[in-house]
Write a protein that binds this ligand. Structure first.
Ligand SMILES: [Fe+2]
Length: 271
């Protein structure tokens, strides 16, 4: 019998001076404990912390100064815009964008966009992007040895209806490695953008899938330091949404303001 070495090529592996997962996990635990202590001492701490050293690549790019205020009307003259007519219904089905069917677990992701009072946010542009079922993005920077799927691009758009509901049909993404530390893997996730009514209102977040064994290990997920806030980013399996002989179903509701708001990423973040 021939032994197969199930390893990536040497050149892809982490440099010897990179932290191990054990070290990163210990840092995450210590950072969370520090934040809890600061809150108990009366400090008001935002739901996510910019200064989270376990997320190595964020150290040099997280904001250290107050955000610049822009005049929303001036920005509108230069920024992307969209109208109802710009989004075709078919764009919400990521499994029909090519000649064949993509590989992987076909999945329906549906939810409501509301404000904190439960009022629907209608006519919202919701955009998603994600890796394929093998955990590979169609992106120059993603060259890790997992296959691209010629039948899957991984981007879709939808507009919320009068009840604030959106629905996508897609393929459940795979986890993927990244270079934060040695043997770093991101839990499976779908990136979401909610556009708002103008470009300055755009919000970006990620949806995760329940039961992912990588949650505790991931420094990006854990920049959200309270467990209940992290839970709000995990889609809920919904058997009523699961379609017989066709696709599993997950619900992911998004709250765009107020105390129950879904946690959104600062600008320029999110691997
Ligand atoms: Fe990602």
């Amino acid at each position: 019998m021939t032994a197969h070495a199930a390893v990536a090529p040497e050149k892809l592996l982490a440099a010897p001076d990179q932290a191990s997962q054990r070290e990163i996990s210990a840092e995450i635990g210590e950072l969370h404990a520090q934040l809890r202590r600061r809150e108990q001492a009366g400090e008001s701490i935002r739901p996510t912390v910019f200064d989270f050293p376990a997320y190595r690549s964020s150290i040099l790019r997280h904001p250290t100064k107050n955000l610049r205020l822009v005049d929303p009307e001036t920005v509108e003259l230069f920024s992307p815009a969209f109208g109802q007519r710009d989004v075709a219904a078919i764009e919400s089905d990521l499994t029909v964008q090519h000649a064949g069917q993509p590989l992987g677990e076909r999945t329906i992701v549906s939810g409501r966009v509301t404000d904190s009072w439960g009022r629907p946010v209608a006519n919202q542009l919701v955009e998603i992007w994600q890796a394929n079922s093998a955990g590979r993005y169609i992106h120059q920077r993603d060259q890790h040895p997992a296959p691209l799927d010629p039948n899957f691009t991984g981007a879709g758009r939808a507009i919320t209806d009068e009840a604030g509901e959106y629905t996508f049909v897609t393929i459940k993404p795979g986890p993927y490695p990244w270079k934060n530390h040695a043997n770093a893997w991101r839990p499976a996730h779908i990136h979401f953008s909610v556009f708002g009514s103008s470009f300055t209102q755009r919000l970006v977040t990620q949806m995760y899938f329940p039961g992912d064994p990588l949650f505790a290990l991931d420094p990006i997920f854990n920049t959200i330091w309270r467990p209940q806030d992290r839970d709000s980013l995990i889609g809920v399996y919904d058997h009523d949404l699961t379609s017989p002989e066709w696709a599993t179903g997950y619900r992911f509701d998004i709250v765009v303001d107020g105390p129950d708001a879904t946690w959104f990423e600062p600008e320029n973040e999110g691997e």
